[in-house]
Design a protein around this ligand. Structure first.
Ligand SMILES: NC(=O)c1ccc[n+]([C@@H]2O[C@H](COP(=O)([O-])OP(=O)(O)OC[C@H]3O[C@@H](n4cnc5c(N)ncnc54)[C@H](OP(=O)(O)O)[C@@H]3O)[C@@H](O)[C@H]2O)c1
Length: 157
């Protein structure tokens, strides 16, 4: 199954200068719990961003796929040159972990969405691309410390 996971504020903001616009320990813990040891797909910018957080520590995923068109290869990741080819052939569960470009391209292929709603307006410059959430049904929802952890599944799946 292809799943996407992200956190966004009340204006659908997700990023600031290639970093997260905020620090919410609960959301980081949730992200870690959901993706640790899993296969994940991310864009090149998000890979750079995560590396700046983890520094010399290894990324906590089972397998990291990194998408870029410019043929940049990393020793700790599998290169994805064409995301559409990737979705045509993938036969394992994948979490899409960002960023904006890769979320937008992956949404049509994704069955489950893990959205953390940050119940505030933050400052930043990268927004989640608008889409029709009514195509999804809410299957789980938890509220904790100003955050809503919601899980949706595509209705026609
Ligand atoms: N709030 C959250 O949950 C969350 C999660 C993750 C990321 N973010 C934020 O999102 C922002 C980064 O998003 P972004 O859109 O700038 O970058 P991104 O999605 O991480 O990466 C974009 C990359 O996708 C590659 N690409 C584009 N089309 C492709 C295709 N068809 N096949 C393969 N690769 C393709 C591009 O490659 P080329 O470089 O070769 O053109 C580009 O490097 C940051 O601010 C980050 O903090 C937020």
């Amino acid at each position: 199954m292809i799943s996407m996971i992200w956190a966004m504020d009340e204006n659908w903001l997700i990023g600031k200068d290639n970093l997260l616009p905020w620090h919410y320990a609960k959301d980081l813990a949730y992200f870690k719990k959901m993706t640790q040891g899993q296969s994940v797909l991310m864009g090149d910018m998000t890979y750079q961003s995560l590396k700046s957080y983890y520094k010399t520590k290894p990324l906590p995923f089972g397998k990291s796929y990194v998408a870029n068109i410019s043929d940049v290869d990393y020793p700790d990741a599998v290169h994805v040159k064409n995301i559409f080819e990737f979705f045509r052939h993938v036969d394992e569960d994948i979490f899409i972990i960002g960023g904006k470009t890769i979320y937008e391209l992956s949404l049509p292929f994704s069955k489950r969405l893990y959205i953390t709603y940050v119940l505030k307006a933050h400052e930043g410059n990268v927004y989640f691309p608008k889409f029709d959430l009514s195509q999804y049904k809410l299957i789980d929802k938890k509220i904790e410390e100003g955050l809503i952890f919601a899980v949706y599944e595509r209705k026609n799946s």
